[in-house]
Design a protein around this ligand. Structure first.
Ligand code: F0G
Length: 353
C-alpha cells in the first residue's frame, strides 16, 4: 500500500480532513549509507544520504507541497502562486494540477535548469519569467498574494515547513535515533528550519534521545548567512540555491546556532567535485545544489570540525537529471566521437580497458 505522507503523519500535520489530501505519494525516500565514499576517510564516520530526488517531481519540495496544496484545498483556494529557482515551481505545478487549481510561477529569466522548466510547462502552470533574480520574484509574489485571492506556496507558508519536517521523522525512524550531524544546502532557508522542527518534535516526544548539530551550506557567491547580511546579486552555478535574501532567516539561525551547528560556504568547484565523486563512487546522481551537503561535509571533516565516530546525514535535495545543463557544460570532454568501424572502437576499448 502506498501511503501519502499526510496519511502517514496525519497527527503531526495541520490538515483537518483526509478527503482534502492532495498527494502524489511523496516521502518515504531512501536513506543510503555512503560506504564507498567514507572508505576515502578510513571509515571514521558513518554517513548517510537522504535521497530526496526520489520524490514524485524529483525534489524535497513535494513533502511541503502536498501539505500546502491540501491546506489550500481545505480553505477553498482556486489558484496558487510561487517564486522559484526551479524545483518549487515544478512541485507546485504538479500538485496544483492534481488539485485542479490554477498555478502561477514567477521565475528568474534564463536561470532555471531546463529539466525543471520542462516540468512546470508539462504540468500546465502559467509561467511568468522576470528580468530579476529569485529574491525579486519572491518580493513580488508575497505582495501579489496579499492583494489577490491566490494562495502563496513558497516556504514562507508554514504548511510547507510542516510537510518538510517529516524527512527528519523518517530519518529517526530508520536509524532508531537522530544522527549527530545533519548537513543541508541552504537557499531560502526553509528546509534547514523544517528539519530542525522535525528533530525537535520527535525529541520532545522521546522518539529520539539526541538532537543533531545542523550544518547549513551555502555557495560562496550566494552566502548571506556567512556575510550575516543579504546579498544583492547572488551568483553560483547551483541555480537552486542562487538566493541572496533568505526568507526563513530567523528560523535558520535558530536551527544552526540553536543546535550548536554552523553555516559554511563552499565554492562552485568544490560543489562540482562532490557531485561527480558521489556519482562515480556511489552511483548517486544529485543536482549541484544538493551536492553541497557532501562538499561541505568533506570540507568540515578536513578542517577537523566533525567528531570521529559520528553519524552524519546529508540531504540530497534534488535529482541530478533535472539539471543536466551543468553536467553537459562541464563534462563535454567525457564524450569521444569515433568512426562507426569495429577496429576503431576495438582499438579505443583496448587502450582504455
Ligand atoms: N536544494 C534544492 C535542489 C533546491 O531546489 C532548494 C531550493 C534548496 C536546496 C534550498 O532549500 O530554500 O529550503 O533553503 N529551491 C527553491 C526553489 C528556492 O524555488 O525551488 P531552502
Amino acid at each position: 500500500m502506498n501511503y501519502s505522507l499526510i496519511e502517514k503523519y496525519f497527527q503531526y500535520l495541520p490538515i483537518k480532513h483526509e478527503k482534502n489530501i492532495v498527494s502524489l505519494v511523496e516521502g518515504n525516500t531512501p536513506l543510503v549509507e555512503l560506504t564507498s565514499l567514507m572508505s576515502l576517510f578510513n571509515n571514521q564516520y558513518r554517513v548517510f544520504a537522504k535521497i530526496e530526488g526520489f520524490n514524485p517531481t524529483g525534489s524535497f519540495k513535494d513533502r511541503g507541497m502536498t501539505v500546502a496544496i491540501s491546506q489550500a484545498k481545505e480553505v477553498g483556494a482556486k489558484a496558487i502562486i510561487c517564486a522559484s529557482t526551479g524545483n518549487t515551481s515544478a512541485s507546485a505545478a504538479a500538485y496544483a494540477a492534481k488539485a485542479k487549481m490554477k498555478a502561477f510561477v514567477l521565475l528568474p529569466s534564463g536561470k532555471i535548469a531546463h529539466g525543471k522548466l520542462a516540468q512546470a510547462i508539462m504540468y500546465g502552470a502559467e509561467i511568468i519569467q522576470i528580468e530579476g533574480n529569485f529574491d525579486d520574484a519572491m518580493t513580488l509574489v508575497k505582495a501579489l498574494s496579499q492583494k489577490l485571492p491566490i494562495a502563496l506556496v513558497n516556504s514562507v507558508n508554514p504548511h510547507r515547513l510542516a510537510g518538510q519536517k517529516t524527512a527528519a521523522f523518517e530519518i529517526i525512524e530508520t536509524l532508531a535515533e537522530a544522527p549527530d550531524y545533519h548537513a543541508l544546502p541552504v537557499g531560502n532557508a526553509g528546509n534547514i528550519s523544517a528539519y530542525w522542527m522535525g528533530y525537535k518534535e520527535f525529541f520532545c516526544l522521546k522518539k529520539s534521545k539526541k538532537l543533531p548539530k545542523m550544518l547549513g551550506y551555502q555557495a560562496e557567491g550566494a552566502a548571506p548567512f556567512i556575510h550575516n547580511k543579504p546579498i544583492a546579486t547572488p551568483e553560483t552555478l547551483a541555480t537552486a540555491i542562487r538566493i541572496g535574501n533568505p526568507q526563513s532567516w530567523e528560523l535558520a539561525q535558530q536551527a544552526a546556532i540553536g543546535s550548536a551547528g554552523w553555516f559554511a560556504s563552499i565554492s562552485d568547484e568544490e560543489i562540482l567535485t562532490a557531485q561527480r565523486l558521489l556519482a562515480r563512487v556511489e552511483g548517486i546522481f544529485c543536482e549541484p545544489a544538493s551536492a553541497i551537503s557532501i562538499a561541505g561535509l568533506f570540507k568540515d571533516i578536513h578542517l577537523g570540525k566533525i567528531e570521529k565516530g559520528s553519524t552524519i546525514v546529508c540531504t540530497l535535495t534534488g535529482n541530478g537529471l533535472k539539471d543536466s545543463d551543468v553536467v553537459m557544460k562541464h563534462h563535454q570532454h567525457s564524450i569521444v566521437t569515433l568512426n562507426p568501424q569495429a577496429h576503431v572502437i576495438q582499438n579505443h576499448l583496448e587502450k582504455n580497458i
